[in-house]
Design a protein around this ligand. Structure first.
Ligand SMILES: [Zn+2]
Length: 442
């Protein structure tokens, strides 16, 4: 029965509206936010009292689309220069993921999860691929998640690009992990059914995945219309856009995540809205791969639920938010557009997604939500209140350092020191060793 009091800080609630609360303390009890009240009004005793003077107190961030497995690619210079997105996949990612071992997979997750603690991202929705080591891969990632103290929703990305045996293994890996997850009901772990993208999936595989996913009662996590080539290949081969084709197979829906949705037309947007599919916008990745930028105001105007992911570019959600804003200004040729649409992704939609996946309230500071809380060093140089909170988050707090990260009421980092049982130096050494070997096999 742990009781942690956080006092003297400025609270940013997230949600809509994102409220700023002064003079209020937060009581965390048994993994939940039990009370938000003036400090003196919350009776002790407390196991811990955290002084948040000079800090803002916010919910831990949710990352709606992530790939832990890309961690060991940092600095790899052996891929041939790519002229378009298809070549980015064939020259780099599909060459790399085939070489990953189960040990690589686990270390990738361990390293990036520590980074997530440091950046205050407490919930991550991952999308995993290791065609040379499929079976058991999600268990190895889950082990790293357990040790980190964070929350993650895992899936294996099924595709037909590596032949029938790997497809079968991918389908089975999703099903096995989802079954184990449903049984364990571990508050740190959830499962979705992973699919790569419509252009690497046959109708037969989509049908098998749909049947399995629906039997398991889970949604799908799939890349959709990331590059124009996804649309062109599906139109040519199947006479349908990726959105139409996935919807026809029953892949889209309220429990499903469509990552990207950059190249969607009017009808696609209507389908995404009607099916209540969650779209994960990943602006930094889209810019990096030069695939274009989703039309955020149009998606939102059509009623599509759009959240924010990093697609493994970082685990820093406020950085992603900033870049998303700049990208939209450039795309629309309008320096004033998109502010609310982008802010809603992180402060409203991502908490909604996490709440839906986990089945209990996550991602905002409210009584009754999970005790996923971060303290950030930030003494505002201009007035900070309800009307200015977004400006502070984008231009100020995004540049500040996370001091303390708490997930499920457990302190994972305090005063910038990790509080979990992981030897960071040994982990970095091992990660470099495995990376060197992986790069040799690449
Ligand atoms: Zn992705």
């Amino acid at each position: 029965m742990s009781r942690i009091l956080i006092q003297n800080g400025t609270l940013l609630t997230f949600g809509r509206p994102c409220r700023v609360l002064e003079g209020m303390a937060l009581l965390l009890r048994d993994g939940h936010i039990a009370r938000i009240a003036p400090a003196g009004a919350i009776p002790g005793p407390f196991d811990r009292v955290l002084d948040a003077k000079g800090k803002v107190v916010m919910p831990g961030f949710v990352n709606a689309h992530m790939h832990f497995y890309s961690t060991l690619v940092r600095g790899l210079g052996k891929a041939a220069p790519s002229r378009d997105f298809q070549e980015v996949l064939t020259n780099l990612w599909w060459r790399l993921d085939r070489q990953l071992t189960l040990d690589d997979v686990e270390v990738c997750a361990q390293v990036i999860l520590l980074d997530a603690i440091r950046k205050g991202t407490t919930t991550l929705v991952d999308h995993h691929a290791s065609p040379g080591a499929v079976s058991g891969s999600l268990d190895r990632i889950a082990k790293a998640v357990k040790a980190s103290g964070l929350r993650a929703c895992l899936c294996y990305e099924v595709s037909d690009r590596d032949g029938a045996t790997v497809t079968d293994r991918g389908l089975e890996e999703n099903a096995a992990f989802a079954r184990a997850c449903a049984e364990a009901r571990d508050p740190q772990l959830r499962a979705l059914f992973g699919l790569h993208a419509a252009f690497t999936l046959s109708d037969a595989t989509l049908e098998r995945a749909t049947r399995l996913g629906h039997d398991l009662g889970i949604g799908f996590h799939v890349h959709v219309a990331e590059a124009a080539s996804d649309v062109a290949m599906n139109l040519e081969k199947h006479g349908q856009t990726p959105v139409t084709r996935l919807a026809a197979h029953g892949i889209l829906g309220k429990g499903s995540i469509a990552a990207h949705a950059v190249h969607v037309d009017e009808a696609d947007m209507e389908t995404l809205a009607r099916t209540e599919t969650f779209v994960a916008h990943n602006p930094q990745s889209n810019l990096n791969n030069a695939v274009g930028i989703a039309n955020m105001p149009e998606l939102v105007r059509h009623g599509v639920r759009v959240g924010l992911g990093t697609d493994a570019m970082t685990v820093n959600m406020l950085e992603e938010l900033r870049v998303g804003l700049w990208a939209q200004h450039l795309r629309q040729d309008d320096p004033s557009c998109g502010f609310m649409e982008l802010a809603d992704t992180l402060f409203l939609r991502n908490p909604e997604l996490a709440t839906q996946l986990w089945g209990f309230p996550l991602g905002t500071l409210e009584e009754g939500t999970a005790a996923d809380v971060i303290l950030v060093d930030y003494d505002p140089p201009t007035p900070l209140d309800d009307s200015t909170a977004l400006g502070h988050l984008v231009f100020g707090i995004s540049q500040a350092t996370v001091d303390t990260t708490i997930c499920g009421g457990r302190i994972l980092m305090e005063s910038k020191r990790l509080q979990i049982d992981i030897d960071e130096v040994a982990l970095a050494t091992r990660s470099r060793e495995l990376a060197r070997k992986l790069w040799e096999r690449f």
